[in-house]
Design a binder for this molecule. Structure first.
Ligand code: NOJ
Ligand code: CA
Length: 716
């Protein structure tokens, strides 16, 4: 429910002003006046905006507009018909999330514009001014002169006030699985992406184009994050930097013939979001992107949705111990030699037993269905039917066995980019899941897209991901999407969309140069701004030489950092990605993964700096337990964790999992120490993180026995 308070008369003394006069911009501040937006019109009719944060320039004057291709009209010079402003202030409860309740509190500003050309096209420009930044979007109202139209491009610009430090990946139409680069804006060179040959499909745009969410930091300590929210029926936006002016320009993902979007009025763009803070932690505290998304559509029932933890027949393929294909002969980037088929009855039963014994909700099984012998790289249309199991995989018996053991099999639909084929089969595939009481599917889009010429991040695919979210919602199915466009908060509208990959996940550590130790300190500030990631944490056997002495790959982590990721990489779907035997070899450390919650009532970002460290504490949904996690980059660090957030007067049993002295991501990654303490809200824990390391802590209200034992232990 959106309460709109008209401030029109207050803002504009002459109430019926229809013309903004050049040199007298409209100024509007966030409710608490931290962020200020100013919108101006030049004598030639160009509309521009600028933003300041705590009186410091964050976005310099930047012009707005659109280019239509059919009809061929530039929308960059306007008359203003009407200006209106208002306030949004609502509290809402997400189905799952980092907070039990979220406040959406912003001023609004809308401009009704008409183009200064003979077509006289009307558009609305909507702004929201939050305490932590601003957002804007274009709307095309219904009008006689514009019905069906093709977008040539969006002409939004974002002027930066200096040569900021940026955490960026190459602008690309198809993939977001690049390692992050940290450089000054002036040093951006996206052609580095050409070297990432381990990525199946790359479509790099230009040397100076980057993707959003783009995280920047000015030399005087302003943190600026540019992204988009509610990406629906529109292509994703990349940002092209003009290094002379330090201004970004939007570049939308095209289709095969270079068109950007096929629209019919009424239509609208996603929101363009600019989140601003003067410290790293406040960027991570923002709920702006969620607030800019719509509540679930009436008529869709999401009561079946449940955050969950899973294990899976999965990592064993990535480490080269098992294969996806039945013949075991498939050799590719992720598989170098003949190995047995992983998704066989006996092995899957082992995982079901393991999940059941240790309290996991789901067992993902990849390679269960026919087609893997020839699934990759051929751009062929008929790869999988998503229905036919391999002969050594008894779907009936295994799904029944899983239900009997109180776990569920998690379905896998790798499309290999053949999306037309998936759309032909998906209804039958979801019915098959329903028949076997499977309520979660992991989808995947490795490879070039069919329809040929479409890109992963273009309008057609954006619509496809949404079709899948809606079709699965109607069948009571939750989804985890690999290789999709980067998320933009749509999980508010589709809470069954638990997670996406859409970035470089942990799997790259198994078979490529991997992810540098700072990777997971950057992801919360970039990819995760749009929504949860299926990062697949929890790797205990860190060096791949464990599986094959010839291998030099490794996860760039300590074991405790893998535990910390369950807190620092928020997701309502978390995998314990390593093999059962690796967990059973270390039951004490595994205990944290068993205990940790996946849904939260409260989150405290204790401290965070992109590229360096992230420290977070969270309280479980509907419970009293707190969990904390901290991670560092390649540098060892100390962190003093003040437990102020705990309930006053309550004692907690804290179990601390930390890097052992001498631990190091490269030389000694698996060394850890577990300690137990009694703590309360006045405690301070002095934590040492190894290079590439981390810590994880569970804090559970202490029982009488805990207190007695602790006293006895302290007396010793
Ligand atoms: C890439 C996905 O990210 C990975 O998780 C999956 O195992 C393979 N594709 C095969 O579908
Ligand atoms: Ca992937």
């Amino acid at each position: 429910m959106q309460k709109t308070l008209s401030l029109f008369s207050f803002l504009f003394a002459a109430c019926c002003t229809v013309q903004l006069y050049a040199g007298t911009p409209v100024q509007i501040s966030s409710p608490g006046a931290q962020t200020r937006l100013s919108v101006d019109q030049s004598p030639s009719g160009t509309i521009s905006y600028q933003v300041s944060f705590k009186n410091r320039p964050a976005v310099l004057p930047s012009t707005l507009g659109l280019q239509l291709k059919e009809p061929a009209v530039s929308l960059n010079s306007f008359d203003i018909i009407k200006i209106d402003s208002g306030l949004v202030d609502e509290n809402w409860k997400p189905v799952w999330g980092e907070y039990g309740q979220i406040r959406n509190h912003a001023k609004t500003l809308s401009l009704q514009l008409v183009s200064r050309n003979e077509q006289k096209i009307r558009i609305n420009l909507l702004f929201r001014i939050y305490e932590e930044g601003i957002a804007f979007r274009y709307q095309f109202p219904e009008q006689p002169g514009l019905q069906h139209f093709i977008l040539g491009d969006e002409l939004s610009t974002f002027g930066m006030s200096g040569d900021h430090k940026a955490f960026w990946i190459p602008g690309d139409y198809d993939t977001n699985e690049y390692p992050y680069n940290e450089s000054k804006l002036s040093a951006i060179d996206a052609t580095v992406g050409q070297r990432s040959t381990e990525i199946a499909v790359r479509s790099i745009i230009a040397p100076n184009a980057v993707q959003t969410p783009l995280m920047m930091k000015s030399s005087d300590g302003l943190y600026i994050n540019i992204h988009e929210a509610s990406l629906r029926n529109y292509p994703a936006m990349n940002l092209m930097l003009d290094k002379k002016s330090m201004q970004f320009k939007s570049v939308l993902v095209p289709d095969a013939v270079g068109n950007k979007a096929y629209l019919q009025a009424p239509a609208q763009s996603p929101w363009r979001s600019i989140i601003i803070a003067d410290n790293g932690a406040d960027i991570l505290r923002s709920s702006m992107i969620l607030n800019l998304n719509d509540a679930p559509a009436a008529g869709l029932d999401f009561s079946f949705v449940k955050p969950q933890k899973m294990v899976g027949v999965w990592w064993e393929m990535h480490v080269g111990k098992a294969s996806w294909d039945y013949s075991g002969g498939q050799v590719g980037s992720q598989q170098q030699s003949r190995v047995p088929h992983g998704a066989n009855n006996q092995n899957v039963r082992r995982y079901i037993d393991f999940a059941s014994k240790y309290g996991f909700d789901g067992v993902l099984v990849e390679g269960w269905n026919t087609g893997w012998e020839d699934w990759f790289g051929k751009w062929k249309e008929d790869v999988f039917d998503f229905l036919t199991p391999y002969p050594d995989y008894d779907l009936n018996a295994l799904s029944a066995y899983a239900r009997q053991k109180n776990v569920r099999l998690i379905m896998h639909h790798e499309t290999s980019g053949s999306v037309t084929n998936y759309e032909r089969y998906m209804d039958r595939a979801y019915d098959l899941m329903n028949r076997h009481q499977m309520n979660t599917v992991k989808t995947g889009y490795v490879g070039r897209i069919i329809p040929r010429g479409e890109h992963h991040d273009g309008q057609w695919m954006v619509r496809h991901y949404e079709r899948v979210a809606e079709a699965t919602a109607k069948k009571g199915i939750m989804i985890d999407v690999h290789e999709p466009v980067r998320p933009t908060g749509l999980h508010r509208s589709f809470p069954n969309w638990l997670a996406s990959e859409a970035a470089r996940g942990n799997e790259f550590n198994a078979w490529s140069v991997g992810n540098a130790p700072d990777h997971e300190t950057i992801l919360p500030f970039t990819r995760l701004m749009g929504g949860p990631m299926d990062y697949t944490p929890g790797i205990f056997k860190i060096k791949m030489s464990h599986y094959n002495p010839a291998k030099t790959e490794q996860v760039h982590t300590t074991l405790c950092k893998q535990l910390a990721l369950y807190i620092t990489m928020y997701s309502p779907l978390q995998m314990a990605a390593d093999l059962p035997e690796n967990y059973e070899a270390r039951p004490d450390a595994f205990q944290f993964i068993r205990d940790v919650a996946v849904d939260w009532d409260d989150t405290k970002i204790l401290d965070a700096e992109p590229g360096d460290y992230v420290y977070i504490a969270r309280r479980e949904k509907g419970g009293r337990r707190w969990f904390a996690g901290g991670i560092t980059d390649e540098q060892a660090r100390n962190f003093i964790l003040n437990t102020r957030f705990l309930e006053p007067g309550q004692q907690y049993l804290a179990t601390i999992y930390r890097d052992a002295p001498g631990a190091h991501w490269k030389d000694n990654p698996e060394a850890y120490v577990i300690e137990k303490f009694i703590v309360n809200n006045r405690s301070a824990l002095n934590l040492k993180l190894a290079a590439g390391g981390g810590f994880a802590i569970s804090m559970v209200p202490a029982t009488g026995d805990d207190l007695k034992q602790y006293k006895a232990y302290k007396q010793k």
